[in-house]
Design a protein around this ligand. Structure first.
Ligand code: ATP
Length: 318
């Protein structure tokens, strides 16, 4: 707390979840190299990274499934590896692999998982009814899970993680391999849970998912968080500022001192610059003076894709 806070009687905002320097080695494989990030209460936090970046390992550590070699994860200031009750009380975890009893009905699966969370009797029955409503599967509650599509199984999986009303819901790539209808349903569910106050951590390798769902994004690669911020902040800080120019005929790319780099792309060039409007003016002038046959001249909008490229040095491909 600084002097100003004390003077004004304000309390500093404590992070809801604070992850500091997590490392994890599996045999000879270094999966995490010092993962750090913070999550504020009520946010919808996206962990974006390619396959093998360390997302699942991070989530397993947060939920106490495995232990880190070094570092800590603190929820409400309590270390999750030392206080398992914090995890079981406040966290709902939807792992990457769907874990359900195929022969049992959706209702019976939820009954089983509810008991694991310490719920029983009428309270459990009411909660099962509520989470089935939330996931849109009330009418299938008596059917065995083996008759469900992948997307429906995933929804039951999420329902199970919601039974004890967690304050933090952690979802590990929940839309991989599911149908668009279930995907939209899951998105709507996550949005309404978040609006009702549940903090979300959502891992994915799909950029459009974090763009659609998350107000805070951490980019993870090679077991390290390379950048964290809101989408606007990341675009501003790391997004490529550039102009795309395509000229008909055999013309060399224009040389302008304010252009940092010229990259061939398609039939034209990407001109990277911090001075977009000045460079645009110069290009328009050159176009008329040199009588260019301009096919395309436009500002390149910064995207999460080029943020990823700037931050990690590689493209994030599906
Ligand atoms: N049980 C394990 N034994 C050995 N290596 C593992 C194990 N689990 C993960 N790894 C390795 O650790 C690294 C990080 O894996 P992790 O599953 O955390 O990444 P991820 O970002 O979740 O990717 P994915 O989407 O493919 O699951 C990878 O190189 C992976 O092969």
């Amino acid at each position: 707390m600084n002097a100003l806070d004390i003077e004004q009687g304000q309390r500093p905002v404590e992070p809801f979840l604070e992850v500091e320097g997590l490392t994890k080695v599996y045999g000879k494989q270094q999966a995490l190299n010092g993962v750090s990030f913070t999550v504020q209460a009520g946010s919808s936090f996206g962990l974006l990274g390619p396959n093998g970046a360390g997302k699942s390992t991070t989530m397993k550590i947060l939920t106490g499934v495995i232990k880190a070699n070094e570092g800590s994860a603190k929820l409400f200031g309590k270390d999750v590896s030392k206080d398992q009750s914090v995890v079981s009380k406040y966290i709902g975890y939807v792992p990457q692999e769907i874990t359900l009893y195929e022969q049992l009905s959706a209702y019976d699966n939820l009954y089983f998982f509810g008991q694991l969370y310490g719920l029983a009797g009428q309270t459990l029955k009411i909660r099962i009814h509520e989470v089935l409503e939330q996931t849109g599967l009330s009418d299938r509650s008596k059917d065995p899970v083996k008759t469900f599509s992948g997307g429906m199984k995933r929804r039951i999986n999420i329902a199970a993680a919601l039974l004890h009303r967690p304050k933090l819901l952690i979802l590990d790539e929940p839309t991989v391999g599911i149908d668009p209808q279930s995907r939209n349903h899951i998105f709507d569910m996550i949005r309404s849970l978040n609006q009702a106050g549940t903090t979300i951590i959502y891992s994915t390798h799909y950029m459009e998912e974090v763009e659609a769902l998350c107000d805070e994004i951490a980019i993870i690669d090679n077991g390290l968080v390379k950048a964290q911020g809101g989408l606007g902040e990341l675009l501003e800080r790391y997004g490529r500022k550039a102009i795309y120019l395509e000229i008909g005929g055999k013309v060399n790319p224009p040389e302008l001192t304010q252009v940092d780099q010229v990259i061939k792309e398609g039939a034209g060039w990407i001109l990277e610059t911090e001075h977009v409007s000045e460079v645009m003016k110069s290009l328009l002038l050159m176009a008329s003076q040199r009588d260019w046959d301009v096919k395309q001249l436009e500002i390149v909008r910064p995207s999460l894709e080029n943020v990823f490229l700037t931050v990690t040095g590689t493209a994030l491909r599906d």
